[in-house]
Design a binder for this molecule. Structure first.
Ligand code: PEP
Length: 249
C-alpha cells in the first residue's frame, strides 16, 4: 500500500509575513500522518523561515527548483547543498512553468533529479501534456517521452527515492480538472512505463496528480488506484483548503 503525499506548490507567492500566517494556519490544524505526508514548497526566500518554523513538525519543506551545479559562477542559482542547510527535503523539478518559461528540457530535469537524490533530497519530477497534445491524441506519446527522458538511466534505487507528478498543463491554474478517470488512465500508463525500468519500483513509486485540485474534487481524484497524492497550486495558499484536501483521504 503506497502512502499518499500532499504537496503544496506556492509558486511566486509568500512573503515572510504571508508564510508565517499560512504555516501557522497549517500547524493549528490537524491531519492523519499515517495516511499521508504533507510538504509545503514556498519560494526560495521563505525556505529558511519555513524550515525553522516546521522543524520537528509533521510538515516537510520542499523547494520549487534547484541548480544542477554544486557551486560556482552561476548567478542567482541555488544548489541542493544550500537547500539542505535550511531544512529542505523535497524539490519540485520540471514543473511545466519551468519547462515553458525557462526552457527546461527532460535531459536537464533528469540531471537535476540525479543531483538532488545524490544530495539526499527527494525530487518531485513533473510531467504533463498540453491541451494541443491531448486534443491531437498525443497524450501518451508526450508523457512517455517525458518519463523516458526525465528517468533516463534511473536504477530501481533512484526510482525508490523519487516521486512523480502528473500535471496536465491545461488543468494548471485554469479551474479545469482532469476527470478522475482521465487522470487514472495516465497514472496507470506512467506506472506501466516505469515498470519497464523496474517492476517493483513501479509498484512503490508515488505518482501525484496536479491541476486545479480543490477540497471539493480531491476525494474523487485521490481515491483512484494509481493516484498517490496531489501537487496543489492555488488551493495550497489557503491553510483551510490545503487541510481539507489532505483530510479528504
Ligand atoms: C501546480 O502549479 O502545480 C498546480 C497544480 O496548480 P493549481 O493547483 O493551481 O492548478
Amino acid at each position: 500500500m503506497r502512502k499518499q503525499l500532499i504537496a503544496g506548490n506556492w509558486k511566486m507567492n509568500g512573503t515572510i509575513d504571508e508564510t508565517k500566517t499560512l504555516l501557522e494556519g497549517l500547524l493549528s490544524g490537524s491531519f492523519d500522518s499515517s495516511k499521508a505526508d504533507m510538504v509545503v514548497c514556498p519560494p526560495f526566500t521563505a525556505l529558511s523561515y519555513a524550515g525553522n518554523l516546521l522543524k520537528g513538525s509533521k510538515i516537510a519543506v520542499g523547494a520549487q527548483d534547484m541548480s544542477v551545479h554544486e557551486n560556482g559562477a552561476y548567478t542567482a542559482e541555488i544548489s541542493a547543498g544550500m537547500l539542505l542547510t535550511v531544512g529542505v527535503s523535497f524539490v519540485i523539478l520540471g514543473h511545466s512553468e519551468r519547462r515553458q518559461y525557462h526552457a527546461e528540457s527532460n535531459q536537464m530535469i533528469n540531471a537535476k533529479a540525479k543531483v538532488a537524490i545524490e544530495a539526499g533530497l527527494t525530487p518531485i519530477i513533473c510531467v504533463g501534456e498540453t491541451l494541443e497534445d491531448r486534443e491531437s491524441g498525443n497524450t501518451e506519446t508526450v508523457i512517455g517521452q517525458q518519463i523516458d527522458g526525465t528517468l533516463f538511466e534511473f536504477s530501481a534505487e533512484l526510482l525508490n527515492k523519487s516521486v512523480i507528478a502528473y500535471e496536465p498543463v491545461w488543468a494548471i491554474g485554469t479551474g479545469k480538472t482532469a476527470t478522475p478517470e482521465m487522470a487514472q488512465d495516465v497514472h496507470q500508463f506512467i506506472r506501466n512505463r516505469i515498470a519497464g525500468i523496474d517492476k517493483e519500483a513501479a509498484e512503490k513509486i508515488q505518482i501525484l496528480y496536479g491541476g486545479s485540485v480543490k477540497p471539493d474534487n480531491a476525494k474523487s481524484l485521490l481515491s483512484q488506484p494509481d493516484i498517490d497524492g496531489a501537487l496543489v497550486g492555488g488551493a495550497a495558499l489557503k491553510a483551510d483548503d490545503f487541510l481539507k484536501i489532505i483530510n479528504s483521504l
